[in-house]
Write a protein of this length. Sequence first.
Lengths: 187, 187
Amino acid sequence: MGRWEPGAGGRLREAALNLYLERGFEQTMVADIAERAGVTARTFFRYFADKREVLFDAAAELEEKSLAALEAAPATASPLEAVAAALDAVAAIIGHDRALARTRHAVITANADLRERELIKLAHMSAALADGLRRRGIGDAEASLAAETGSAVYRVAFQRWVDADDLDLREAIDQSFAQLRTLTASD
Amino acid sequence: MGRWEPGAGGRLREAALNLYLERGFEQTMVADIAERAGVTARTFFRYFADKREVLFDAAAELEEKSLAALEAAPATASPLEAVAAALDAVAAIIGHDRALARTRHAVITANADLRERELIKLAHMSAALADGLRRRGIGDAEASLAAETGSAVYRVAFQRWVDADDLDLREAIDQSFAQLRTLTASD
């Protein structure tokens, strides 16, 4: 996920997300986005391959940074601690702009195709983190379980964060991990 | 997921899965399936809406039975115990035929569209279980976390079960829950 960055890219992203929310994703054309951002459609395509990319262009960065954080975790870190480090890296990228995240989330939630795309991106990231854990010497099933559990923790934390007014995304993740420990302890 | 049930439906399912595995899902036509099963294409369409339905026609039954098991869990059951009851119901349906599950899993794993479809079906089931937990009075975030964690446990257990020779699916699920407790205890 990007930021409300300055310049044409930032204006295009802001215009696109607001139009998707107001009119619906399907109903918004690239020409509408460019017009609202005060640029040409040609400029839009300098920043984004298509209108869906406005929503998903940060997935590669998120996966790369979270994997780097997992790999940089101390060798003594438990599997879930390494996953928590990866989620911290995600929070560092998207956690500073709840308004952007909330708008993007509302747009995705309103459209079945976009929900599926988001699900696939998250599954891809979870698989990458599981592979990263295997490279740290964690067993196959344990690595998958830790990565998938981390993914569950993240999704729940993210939802609470976008719904909240003053909760920090990092705090929300910490709280979800604490809730997971409570759940498994009472199992 | 169905069974190698007797009659034309069972023969069609077996023929379809074997052809998908041998030739690939995309390359297999309904006429090929009907021919191998020794019936007409018209008979195929009495059992399945299309060739994808051979793989996913049991999703509704799995969701319904697992939700019923969750709802039938004692009021004193913890959220994860209720989810475990739901997964037991899934295991009771698909756990008796590893050969079928293994073939189906291999076919789905080999095809990106089918992998996405499977991911969406699992997400749908997880959301239904979370809703079921909410109706049991579990808080919103806790219900999502328990259902998503259960989904992670199931996916890892399922993979170990299809890869194994003598492990029972129920045992594999129990082992994954135990592994989850170990992971969260060392976090």
